[in-house]
Write a protein that binds this ligand. Structure first.
Ligand SMILES: *Cc1c(COP(=O)(O)O)cnc(C)c1O
Length: 404
């Protein structure tokens, strides 16, 4: 007799043996007191400070956002009630798509239930529509892009991370009239480095390729209106498709693409992951709309966000802690071993009431396990000083390696 449960347990045991079994922290964020949260530990609830949220600006608790969500639930109720095609398109969806198209300087935009789904659905559908298409994918692209490319079953070439010479080498030998899609991200969320967008667009022009850019870790955060790195660099018009999330800097939930009307209409018409699923709740959409609108006019928050990241990097760097190079708001701290990484985060939580999730394989390559710190405009100098003391205590107690 085949033992189903035993097979599931064996699979998990392998993850445990490698020291990368994932334990979710049971928390409840405290509205109005970001970045504080209540942690439901085995010994009961207690207050902690969160240092690993992707709600980068605290918009998930912003009054403008929560007011819009309260008003929407009162006005239209909880759910959309169907797919976009069958009764699920609300006036909120229409307004948000319009707002997102405008944010990115594009003709049109399309909402999905998450950023993951937007990547997966769009990239797989591109391959189905463009016969004989080949996708050139940066080696560090997010799992959702990889799954989309795999699902589309078109040919794929992987270029070394942010390596323009390698990208050109691959492009230059492909037939000029063959459809080529360059798929990449702007801010890479684990290292905090940023792709050379302008140079990638130059190559796309030279070899007649189509550009697909994931700006998930940049929308809301970069550019004069929060339109991402493409907007910051003044080249949004040179990117064919910009993909983003409403769940990180915008603080709510959902994903989207922005592009030409022709492209968006094609995805709307063909993508299974768009067509056959219930539309986002209008309550979420109303919150996201308020957030996008607010952040378009809130450059001071973006300035403060960068200031907090710089301050954190400088403080930890001065203490000799192994801060990895990052040119963005993300502050990775090298540990290099999954078991030590978990020990470290347990220590921070148990001894210092500081919550940082360990980042292990497959999210990052083995041997580069790390903490990934995400300072927000609401992390004060005091929060940073307390974190620095806690990290130094942990480094001494657990005999971790300081920077060389
Ligand atoms: C988180 C993430 C996504 C998925 O976005 P969700 O809205 O969380 O589904 C896509 N791309 C990258 C690079 C991400 O980090």
């Amino acid at each position: 007799m085949f033992d189903y449960q035993k097979n599931f347990k064996t699979a998990v045991a392998a993850v445990r043996t490698e020291g990368r079994y994932r334990v979710f922290a049971d928390i409840e964020r405290i509205r109005g007191d970001f970045p504080q949260a209540t942690y439901y530990s085995a010994n009961g609830p207690r207050e902690i400070t969160v240092w690993c949220s992707n709600d980068y600006l605290g918009m998930g608790q912003h009054q403008a956002v929560t007011d819009a969500m309260h008003a929407a639930v009162e006005k239209v109720g909880a759910g959309a009630g169907g797919t976009r095609n069958i009764a699920g398109t609300t006036h909120f969806h229409v307004k948000l798509e319009h707002e997102l198209a405008e944010l990115h300087g594009k003709e049109s935009a399309l909402l999905f239930t998450s950023g993951y789904v937007s990547n997966e659905a769009t990239l797989s559908t591109i391959s189905h529509i463009l016969t004989d298409c080949i996708i050139l994918s940066d080696e560090l692209n997010h799992a959702s892009m990889i799954e989309g490319i795999r699902g589309g079953r078109s040919a794929k070439l992987i270029w070394r991370h942010n390596d323009l010479d390698h990208l050109e080498e691959l492009l230059s030998v492909l037939p000029r009239d063959r459809p080529k899609v360059i798929a990449f991200e702007s801010v890479y969320s684990m290292d905090g480095d940023i792709a050379p967008l302008r140079e990638i667009c130059d190559l796309a022009d030279k070899y007649n390729a189509f550009t697909y850019l994931d700006e998930v870790h940049a929308v809301g955060l970069y550019g004069p209106e929060g339109g991402g790195i493409a907007q910051r660099d003044g080249i949004s018009n040179r990117i064919d498709v910009i993909e983003g999330t409403l769940g990180k800097a915008f603080g709510v939930m959902g994903g989207y693409i922005a592009s030409t009307s022709a492209f968006v209409d094609a995805i709307r018409s063909y993508a299974s992951g768009f067509i056959f699923t219930t539309a986002l709740s209008p309550v979420l959409v109303a919150g996201a709309l308020a957030s996008v609108r607010y952040l378009r006019g809130a450059n001071e928050l973006r300035v403060r966000h960068q200031d907090r990241a710089a301050k954190l990097k400088a403080t930890l760097g001065a203490a000799g802690l192994p801060v990895m190079p990052s040119v963005s708001h993300i502050v990775p701290l090298h540990v290099g071993d999954p078991v030590r990484c978990k020990e470290l985060t347990d220590f921070l939580l148990e001894r210092h009431d500081i919550y940082v999730q360990p980042i292990n394989y497959p999210t990052v390559p083995k041997g580069t396990e790390r903490l990934r710190l995400t300072p927000s405009p609401l992390h004060t100098d005091n929060h940073i000083a307390v974190l620095n003391d806690a990290l130094n205590d942990a480094w001494a107690e657990l005999r971790l390696q300081y920077a060389a």
